[in-house]
Design a binder for this molecule. Structure first.
Ligand code: BES
Ligand code: ZN
Length: 950
């Protein structure tokens, strides 16, 4: 929707104009004309599209670069003083193309000291001449602009070379070009430097046109000390001496393909690597610090396999000669898809060969597949602007399932999609304070807050929906076409819709009267999602109606938009249950009030939205719900695994929203005693967790606890407390759930076994503990909660000693389980203190561990409110603070909690700026929880009483 920066870039875009879904390569005139039109259209869409929020921008809200010049190529020289005073000496030469006459060169800069006397601008025709005279150099700090005002205008159609020398700084904030450190096994401290530029931090490392559509090539040169190694997006071509007798060397890297600034990367370290020869045309290396190099085995086996899978899937060879992946000791996100040099935090890449949990195993496979998918979706073809971030992240999230499934077919990860992503984001997207997946953004804060579950999980869910309604063949062929047409360029969602529509038409998989754009605009431009109600008449006529699913319908809502979607319909019935055909058999239009399907059998169940491939919920008449419950209780395996998870999630949330009697989901929960599979269990427990959370601080808790244990103990007995790494993934995951829940509900068998395993470990700390990796989170947490200072101190010392990042993460989480309030207070303070032993990257993890602890929650909330400025200065961002609010407030359900949140929002409105999605969601959640307590608490207490639980 926001296409102000229509692609007018360099000459690299590959215009395969034989296709209709062609890359937009146009004359300057058209560009300027379109620009004006689109700015106007953008305004209209922005302010008229219901559901789009009106941001509170300052007067001058255009913080985008002028469109008069575009970069073609960068030559970048950097000398970072890693073992010195952390300065970076830098120089750039940027070749720029002029499209509109202009008297200034404006580009992005942040936290850089320019050496103004070194700046020169020359016409490429006259490089040896005196150059264009510069009238004045200035800065616009709010926009991160550097402006060189010129004596004469630059001429359109010409190219120029801009040169600048400058001084930068290796910061400790985990963005830009930053420093990191670790301790070797011999106790010595070692420093390294790495980059993290997405979304807007390349400008901290070098002056640049820091917008995703301003693609250019990069020639990177890095000076490093002779005992270190430098790596970057492209292979190193050669190394030259720095000067006589110098300990320094220059590494020169090959010219990149045209790419966005946010994907540029470099790391200077003393790390080691392992190389794989799995792919014949790609040199694949995995890097880690020496003490962790044996933990790269899985990444170096799986990475090349996943890369080959994507080459086949997209039908486009990986365009670079090499791929590096590196595990960094300090890293803000989980991983970053820099083209040819993917960076990770250690927990997302490394696996201890001696033992690892099923969840670490899945996590590593998933993150690797996600980042490798980005090499095509994001790196080869990039979104035009951040408003289409969801295209990048939604795709990578979805493709990660396909990639993981190809390398680990036994895990059946495709079945887990609904619980991990779809149902998870359903819980957020049913709030009035949700936002459309496609939103207008300008400011860095706004861009940063787009990296949320809506972009990732809703994005992935609606892409999965397309895959199913178009069929796999059409989807895949359409994608290949899209990637080929836009490679080395940029695209917006409409470009993808166009390629998929053409493919769907060609294959006959899309009805003639519909385009992918018509369908998908209803999913990306509107927030939320529908619930379909199905009513079957006595003669087998199903009448479907749709409305937006809201957790609570507030009477005071100001949103008057008529939410309607184009909905792909699939269903099956009891007489011949078949869950395999997920191509839409009917399309429910986004117009009209109801839609009729004839010829359904009566007196037997029907089930809509097969495998939950549509991004919507389904409600039925009570008779049908009862037929489904009978089926679940008699022989649940007639219903597919995903359908069982779907019925649990839909029924619980429909009840929560007042659309269904709570008796229905509660009856569904009681069939679980017979359920053997992880996926339906996981869906049901996420929903039961809501009841548990709401009851935690009430007298009704005991009855609920006994009810839950009644369902869980058979599962616990079935899977057992003894873990076995040779069990299937699904069984291991099920055991983790069963043990975590029964211990949390204080089932004595679980608690006693956990406490004694931990005591054994404490008694023999030097012996490798026999606690299974899968059960560590529960066992550590239970023992620390039951124990005192000694148990906590022991975990802390193990935390300090461990060389395995996932083990450290588990211990850190468990340290938040203590019930000693002073221990928790000290732990919170340590989390936000430099040099405490907790890395900055892990501060929020420590906080959320305390916030998730029933004893620690209020302490965490007070700590946050009392120390907002301390915390935000330490983390250098307020977006992170709002994430902490989400953690602390997730179980809030009293009017006082609500008032406190409102006060927090108003007290810090200035600091929050426009980054308020998370706070608004917490506020709405709390008000929903309060209403829920009023409406359903007594009902559920009575239901439990009637079923014998007191
Ligand atoms: N592009 C992101 C990394 C990123 C996130 C950069 C936020 C800037 C801000 C990367 O592809 C990503 O999505 N990483 C995920 C892991 C993934 C498996 C979901 C992450 O960091 O959590
Ligand atoms: Zn991503």
């Amino acid at each position: 929707m926001d296409k102000k920066d229509d692609d007018a870039g360099t000459s690299y875009s590959s215009a395969r104009s034989s296709s209709h879904c062609m890359s937009r390569r146009s004359t300057i005139f058209i560009v300027v004309f379109l620009f004006v039109v689109l700015v106007c259209a953008g305004f209209l869409v922005h302010f008229c599209w219901p559901g789009a929020k009106e941001p509170s921008y300052p007067e001058d809200h255009d913080i985008r670069l002028p469109r008069s010049i575009f970069p073609v190529s960068y030559e970048l020289w950097l000398q970072p003083f890693i073992n010195g005073n952390f300065t970076i000496l830098g120089a750039v030469n940027i070749v720029i193309n002029v499209t509109i006459p202009t008297d200034n060169v404006t580009l992005h800069i942040s936290d850089i000291i320019t050496k103004n006397e070194t700046v020169t601008i020359h016409s490429l025709h006259d490089l040896d001449g005196p150059g264009i005279r510069i009238k004045k150099q200035s800065y616009d700090h709010e926009k991160n602009f550097y402006v060189a005002l010129l004596e004469e205008a630059l001429e359109p159609g010409r190219s120029y070379k801009f040169h600048m020398e400058y001084e930068g700084y290796l910061n400790d904030q985990l963005n830009g070009f930053y420093r990191s450190s670790y301790t070797r096994s011999d106790g010595s401290l070692v420093l390294l430097a790495a980059s993290q530029f997405e979304p807007v931090d390349a400008r901290r490392a070098f002056p640049c046109f820091d917008e995703p559509a301003m693609k250019a090539t990069f020639d990177i040169h890095i000076a490093r000390e002779s005992n270190m190694t430098a790596i970057s997006n492209m292979p190193k071509i050669n190394t030259t001496a720095f000067g006589e007798n110098s300990q320094w060397m220059w590494d020169h890297f090959g010219t990149t393909l045209p790419m966005s600034t946010y994907l540029v990367a470099f790391v200077v370290s003393d790390f080691q690597h392992v190389e794989s020869n799995y792919n014949d045309h790609i040199k694949f290396r995995v890097w880690a610090r020496q003490d962790a190099i044996n933990q790269t085995w899985y990444a170096s086996k799986t990475g090349p396999q996943a890369l080959s899978f994507f080459e086949n899937y997209f039908n486009i060879s990986f365009p670079l000669p090499k791929q590096d992946m590196i595990a960094l000791p300090d890293f803000s996100a989980g991983a970053m898809e820099n083209w040819g040099l993917i960076t990770y935090r250690e927990t997302a890449l490394l696996l201890n060969p001696v033992g690892y949990s099923a969840s670490s195993h899945s996590r590593v496979a998933n993150v690797i597949a996600h980042e490798l998918a980005h090499q095509w979706f994001g790196d080869l073809v990039t979104m035009e602007w951040w408003s289409d971030l969801w295209l990048n992240e939604g795709f990578a999230t979805y493709m990660a399932y396909l990639g993981t499934n190809s390398v680990e077919p036994d895990w059946n990860v495709l079945d887990t999609f609904v619980v991990t992503d779809l149902q998870n984001v359903f819980a957020l997207d049913c709030l009035e304070s949700s936002h459309p997946i496609s939103v207008a953004v300008e400011f860095p804060n706004d861009i940063n807050q787009l990296f949320d579950d809506i972009s990732y999980s809703k994005g992935a869910s609606i892409i999965r929906m397309m895959n199913h309604f178009l069929t796999e063949e059409t989807f895949k062929a359409g994608l290949t076409k899209y990637l080929n047409v836009h490679q080395f360029g940029n695209a917006a969602q409409d470009d993808l819709w166009q390629c998929l529509t053409e493919q769907g038409r060609a294959d006959g998989t899309l009805p003639e009267h519909l385009s992918v754009k018509t369908i998908m605009d209803t999913w990306t431009l509107q927030m939320g999602y529908p619930v379909i109600s199905v009513h079957l008449s006595r003669d087998g006529q199903a009448t479907l109606t749709q409305k937006r699913f809201l957790m609570v319908n507030t009477s005071v809502s100001t949103d008057t938009h008529d939410y309607k979607w184009w909905i792909p319909i699939t269903f099956t019935t009891q007489d011949s249950p078949d869950f395999s055909v997920t191509k839409a058999s009917h399309w429910m239009p986004a117009l009209g009030s109801s839609y009729v399907i004839d010829g359904l059998p009566t007196n037997q169940w029907h089930l809509f939205n097969l495998e939950q491939t549509g991004y919507y919920r389904v409600n039925y008449g009570v008779e049908n719900w009862n037929l489904l419950i009978n089926q679940l209780q008699d022989n649940s395996s007639v219903l597919s695994l995903v359908s069982r998870a779907q019925l649990a999630d839909d029924s619980f949330d429909l009840a929560r929203a007042g659309e269904l009697d709570y008796d229905i989901p509660l009856q569904i929960s009681s069939y679980l005693e017979a359920e053997k599979e992880f996926v339906p269990w996981s869906a049901a427990l996420s929903n039961l967790a809501y009841l548990e959370n709401m009851f935690t601080r009430t007298r009704g808790y005991v009855a609920l606890r006994n009810y839950l244990l009644g369902i869980l103990i058979p599962l616990y007995n079935d899977v057992g407390f003894e873990d076995n790494p040779d069990d299937t993934h699904s069984l291991q995951n099920k055991r983790v759930l069963a043990v975590a829940w029964t211990c949390a509900l204080e089932y004595s068998d679980c608690v006693v076994k956990s406490v004694s395993s931990y005591a054994n470990w404490m008694a023999n700390p030097t012996k490798i503990s026999d606690i299974s990796d899968n059960l560590k989170p529960t066992i550590y947490c239970t023992a620390i909660a039951r124990g005192g200072e000694d148990e906590w101190n022991f975990a802390w010392s193990q935390y300090r000693l461990s060389n395995v990042a996932s083990e450290k993460a588990t211990l850190l989480g468990a340290l938040g389980c203590s019930r000693e309030i002073w221990i928790l207070a000290r732990f919170l303070e340590m989390a936000f203190t430099e040099g405490s032993g907790i890395r900055k990257q892990d501060a929020t993890r420590a906080f959320s561990a305390v916030a998730a602890n029933d004893v620690g929650r209020d302490l965490a909330w007070d700590f946050l409110r009392n120390n907002v400025m301390w915390i935000s200065n330490y983390l250098q961002t307020f977006t992170a603070v709002s994430a902490l609010v989400t953690d602390a407030a997730s179980e809030f359900n009293t009017p006082l909690n609500y008032q406190e949140l409102l006060k927090f929002k108003s007290d810090f409105s200035e600091e929050l700026g426009s980054a308020t999605y998370a706070i608004d969601q917490s506020i709405e959640n709390t008000s929903n929880n309060i209403a829920w307590m009023d409406n359903y608490y007594d009902y559920i207490v009575n239901w439990l009483h009637d079923h014998g639980y007191e």
